[in-house]
Design a protein around this ligand. Structure first.
Ligand code: MGD
Ligand code: MGD
Ligand code: MO
Length: 740
């Protein structure tokens, strides 16, 4: 026919389907080939979906250099993969991933940053010259180095901070594990926050933690313990899967009153002389004063404070003190998310000490021969140059805000006062790896702080407007499939990985970015000429191996120098001077903390009402009668992440408030209604989910909906802080819910 060219029909060589357009055929062939072709190779990596340390293992199946399928890494200690783990595949090939360094062209207060693509060279030149400029004008400590929830880059960022001369390195642990760890250090002189049950364990106390959703890889071990007849006490305000499936006794305290529950249990244990007299006599400092203090916390009075029936407090106390050994699993975030954070954790650890469950087989133990690296910051004190950090402590931005933290927590500063540090002029520039500034209470103030700094760089997988709209340069990070740094370990077994695929467009690994910056700043010697593998080998030389000597996927066990020992405090195995006792100022478990006393805080693990509660603020409770818990973990999301991943988004499409049927009915609220949750700090709009998960009087909203600012619960969380740790009160504030 004249004028219309014959359309060519093209056939797919794999399935025979016929196509008219070459482009469509190409796309089709790409997918079909990947699905149909035999898997060409397999490779291994660690999952970074929830940033639990240690991680779960992923086995990737490849065709033509692309990952077509993933599964659990068989034989890896943490398994199986969860929904988020599987969704790392969709994240890997997500079209919105950051591929190039970006620079803003519009001023920081304009709604559109006007991002333009720049080269890595240009990005590095700008950053390095800004770092030098700020250092020359205000001193190196005016530069903040920060890592969010992602943990893999922390040692490298921390080292760069030290070498640059800034003690101001901080992490998301300013709101997470570190306050609990601090409580333990004040108490035992070391970090011991609980252990998984072993064959010896008879009772497990799970306190403010829901591993079914927050660390599902632990559930098999817990179910196995249940099968063996181990008893479980679960202390959680909500009726979680863990409470439902594991608990022999479930206590549901009013949010923020856990210290009173613990003191009530101590009252029973001391009155009935169920404590370990020998341990208390020899190893506890301050028992006399504690005994006096807990006299007031009778189960009846504690019921009035906490809502927990008196007989249940007695039952839990007697079981834990008599069915021994017992261990503890305590939420790093829940218990620290109140204005009584450190004392709450101390009160729970006191229970461990009084019942003689510290460092006995099946109890709360610390490893005898740990590898010389630290799991909480994935670090090695020598690699991050901790001694140098201690020498610079006078330049820490947090020293006047949280003096106890500044004295004990050498490796990182408390970042929660960032708005104040910027206003004070202490911090002028920030380098952020994997940061989300809306994780903080009244997050607008943190966005403002970024805006008011002279220069901010962020490194991420995606462009996150809620943070990146306030920064100057954004750099694309390579994912866990594209990088090999760092190594990880379980006990004494070390695992490494190789990059599974090439980085997306121009993305680079976080470690490489740090090492590149370091070399350009003139620290080639301190950073092994920019070779990240040599940096990791420097750490590994302590255990006599190199990265290349560790097989994949087998890993390498570093033989222990001796057998596992218990009651190490009796044998001089806990203190540097090799004397018996604990590494605390008195050499004992400090139920009465001499360090807190020195700084003018209550030395005993006291109960204090939350800053905002029906008891402390009856006036406010008239208007806002419900207690709000925020951020209890959901299985499909981690904080602000995964909302763009459709496999997960369809499991929880929109933000919700969990509300008990009784409270919903009173307010005429039906399932799925749009509702306003508000208090004196702010208001959000979400959908109601009516559920028995929460008891009457309590509502709960997941955090991290930064992409929907009107649903972001941190607008409702005030900036009230625990005086010892500086932790915010994510878990106990007042609010009201009404139909929108
Ligand atoms: N209301 C309320 N707020 C809370 C909590 C709560 O319970 N309630 N919990 C608090 C707790 S415990 C925590 S830990 C914090 C978490 O707070 P954050 O760690 O700040 O949280 P995320 O939203 O996960 O932000 C991490 C960012 O890092 C990016 N990223 C992920 N992996 C990598 C990587 O390997 N490299 C780089 N460069 N970037 C990466 C992600 O894309 C994301 O933008 O939130 C705290 N905030
Ligand atoms: N899927 C998923 N997994 C995660 C994360 C995630 O965002 N998503 N985040 C990771 C991080 S950073 C952390 S810190 C961990 C946290 O993990 P967990 O420590 O297990 O914390 P949550 O899952 O929030 O569970 C806390 C429980 O505490 C209860 N609770 C709330 N307030 C109180 C109270 O005042 N007293 C008592 N006794 N109970 C209370 C809640 O009902 C909730 O069930 O999870 C990690 N794993
Ligand atoms: Mo956390």
């Amino acid at each position: 026919m004249e004028g219309s060219a014959e359309k060519e029909v093209i056939k797919c060589p794999y399935c025979g389907w016929e196509f008219l357009l070459e482009r469509t055929l190409k796309e089709h062939m790409e997918v079909t080939r990947r699905v149909k072709a035999p898997v060409e190779s397999v490779a291994y990596t660690f999952c970074d979906a929830c940033n639990q340390v240690p991680y779960c293992g992923i086995k990737a199946y490849l065709v033509d250099g692309q990952i077509v399928r993933i599964d659990s890494w068989e034989g890896f200690p943490n398994t199986p993969l969860c929904s988020k783990g599987f969704a790392t595949l969709q994240r890997q090939y997500h079209p919105q991933r950051l591929g190039y360094p970006l620079k803003r062209t519009n001023p920081k207060d304009s709604p559109d940053p006007g991002w333009i693509r720049i080269s890595w060279e240009e990005a590095y030149d700008i950053i390095v010259s800004k770092m030098r400029e700020i250092r020359d004008r205000y001193g190196p400590e005016a530069v903040l180095f920060y890592c969010g929830d992602p943990k893999e880059m922390r040692p490298a960022v921390s080292r760069l901070a030290t070498v640059f001369g800034s003690p101001n390195f901080g992490t998301e642990s300013s709101t997470c594990f570190r306050a609990a760890a601090l409580a333990s250090q004040l108490m035992f002189g070391l970090i011991a926050l609980g252990s998984l049950p072993t064959e010896d364990t008879k009772t497990v106390l799970i306190w403010g933690m829901n591993p079914a959703w927050s660390s599902p890889f632990n559930m098999r071990k817990l179910f196995a313990a249940k099968e063996r007849g181990v008893k479980f006490i679960v202390i959680d305000t909500r009726k979680t899967p863990v409470a439902d499936k594991l608990a022999d006794i479930h206590l549901q305290p009013r949010p923020g009153t856990d210290a009173a529950v613990a003191l009530g249990m101590m009252n029973v244990i001391i009155e009935r002389k169920l404590y370990d007299e020998e341990f208390v006599e020899n190893w506890v400092h301050g028992f006399g004063a504690l005994k006096e203090y807990v006299k007031d916390f009778t189960p009846e009075r504690v019921k009035g404070i906490t809502w927990v029936p008196a007989d249940k407090i007695v039952e839990a106390a007697v079981l834990f003190a008599t069915n021994k050994p017992g261990t503890l699993m305590a939420g790093a975030s829940t218990l620290t998310h109140t204005t009584n954070a450190v004392q709450t954790v101390r009160s729970i650890l006191t229970l461990i000490a009084l019942t003689g469950n510290f460092d006995v087989p099946g109890g709360v133990t610390v490893p005898t021969n740990p590898l010389p690296f630290r799991s909480h910051d994935m670090g090695d004190p020598d690699f991050i140059m901790e001694e140098e950090k201690i020498k610079m402590k006078d330049k820490r931005a947090d020293r006047e805000y949280v003096p106890v933290w500044a004295e004990i927590v050498h490796e990182q500063i408390q970042v929660n006062f960032l708005p104040e540090y910027v206003k004070d002029g202490r911090i002028r520039m920030a380098i952020l790896f994997g940061a989300n500034v809306t994780i903080w209470p009244q997050f607008q103030e943190y966005q403002e702080a970024l805006k008011n700094m002279e220069f901010v760089v962020a490194v991420d997988y995606f462009l996150r407007p809620w943070t990146h709209n306030y920064v100057d340069i954004v750099l694309p990070a390579a994912t866990n499939y594209e990088r090999f740094e760092p190594f990880i370990w379980f006990g004494r077994k070390i695992y490494v990985r190789k990059p599974v695929v090439k980085p997306y467009l121009e993305a680079k690994s976080d470690w490489q970015i740090i090492f590149d910056l370091a070399v350009r700043l003139g620290y080639a010697e301190e950073f092994w000429g920019g070779d990240t593998k040599k940096g990791l080998d420097f750490i590994l030389q302590k255990v006599g191996v190199t990265m290349d000597e560790i097989p994949i996927p087998g890993g390498k066990e570093i033989p222990a120098p001796g057998p596992e020992e218990y009651r190490k405090y009796e044998k001089g195995l806990l203190r540097k001077d090799k004397e018996p006792g604990f590494p605390t100022p008195t050499g004992k478990v400090e139920v009465w903390s001499t360090i807190l006393e020195k700084h003018g805080y209550d030395p005993l693990p006291v109960f204090k009402e939350p800053e905002e509660s029906p008891v402390s603020r009856p006036d406010l409770a008239k208007k806002y009668p419900l207690i709000l818990i925020t951020g209890s973990r959901v299985p499909m999301y981690t904080h602000s992440k995964w909302r763009e991943i459709s496999w997960l988004r369809e499991l929880m499409p929109y933000p919700t408030v969990n509300i008990n049927p009784e409270d919903a009915e009173k307010r005429g609220i039906s399932e799925g209604d749009l509702v306003i949750v508000e208090n004196s700090h702010g208001r959000i709009k979400v959908r109601a989910h009516i559920t028995y998960l929460v008891p009457p009087g309590v509502v709960d909203v997941f955090h991290g909906w930064a992409m929907i600012p009107e649903a972001h619960v941190n607008a409702l969380v005030p900036r009230y802080f625990d005086p010892i740790s500086g932790f915010p009160t994510y878990k106990a504030v007042l609010c009201e819910v009404r139909k929108a």
